[in-house]
Design a protein around this ligand. Structure first.
Ligand SMILES: [Zn+2]
Length: 271
């Protein structure tokens, strides 16, 4: 088994085979395909290949990581310029009219039914596949950790970003804190909710599959210049395949491997 046994579906690909571990990998922005009826969205090939079209390099990292961890990876194949699968339906940046200075002509003046079509054919089936994976594991009583994989552009708005990797977290920071420390021990510059902070509205995948389901989770952002090439992708997959199990073990030692996280002090929560 090479770990590349892709099961094609209309909008997502599933990589890796479940080797019995706790990890479920998800990759919202790994793809850059466009449904044929939308042509090239009116965006040049050069711009579609930029960070606005997809998370550069994360496809190679995710697939290698799935292979090394013996874990399942659910990957979105369509470009985030068609619809952003890490945004709630109806979010103002779900279907962008302009991204990092580049207009997206095919996204101007869309009718509600056109947006609904993208939601129904791309956003919802992708998240349903992740839900299916998690449901099956929970029904089997298996400990589960959701790992969301992303990459970020090294420079935004003329500002260079120093972090090599960032961990995003919000309501349950326990795994992020553990993994952050492990990455810092590697001598890396690690962003704490940098270059983005995870909030209830900025993201969709971790709030939906991690926080709402109370599953242990972590959202990882890797700087794109480090994983543009296959060698960098392999290096980062190796690193995460080594550190994620350490983080999980540390998490279980501290909090137990129960898939349901304890109360985090939310309003009205019981002891
Ligand atoms: Zn992303």
């Amino acid at each position: 088994m090479t770990g590349t046994d892709v099961k094609e579906a209309p909008c997502f690909a599933v990589y890796g085979t479940d080797g019995g571990g706790p990890f479920v990998l998800v990759s919202d922005h790994a793809g850059r395909a466009i449904p044929p009826e939308l042509g090239d969205l009116g965006v040049s090939e050069a711009d579609r290949a930029r960070h606005i079209g997809w998370d550069i390099g994360i496809d190679g990292v995710g697939r290698a990581l799935a292979r090394k961890l013996k874990a399942v990876l659910v990957e979105q194949i369509y470009s985030r310029l068609v619809i952003d699968c890490n945004r709630a339906p109806g979010h103002r940046t779900s279907v962008v009219k302009i991204s990092d200075g580049t207009p997206v002509p095919a996204n101007q003046d869309l009718q509600p039914e056109q947006i609904a079509h993208r939601e129904n054919t791309i956003l919802h089936p992708y998240h349903a596949r992740i839900t299916q994976e998690l449901d099956a594991r929970l029904q089997a009583g298996r400990p589960t950790m959701v790992v969301a994989l992303h990459s970020f552009t090294p420079e935004m708005g003329g500002v260079k970003r120093p972090w090599q990797v960032g961990l995003l977290h919000n309501h349950d920071s326990r795994l992020a804190v553990i993994l952050m420390e492990l990455l810092r021990q590697e001598g890396l510059c690690v962003g704490d909710n940098q270059p983005y902070a995870l909030t209830d509205t900025s993201d969709y995948t971790i709030p939906t599959h991690g926080e709402k389901r109370q599953l242990p989770h972590v959202e990882i952002e890797i700087r794109q210049d480090l994983i543009e090439q296959p060698s960098g992708q392999e290096e980062w997959a190796d690193r995460l395949a080594r550190l994620l199990p350490v983080a999980w073990n540390e998490f279980c030692n501290l909090y137990g491997s129960d898939t349901v996280v304890p109360d985090r002090g939310k309003e009205g929560a019981a002891a």
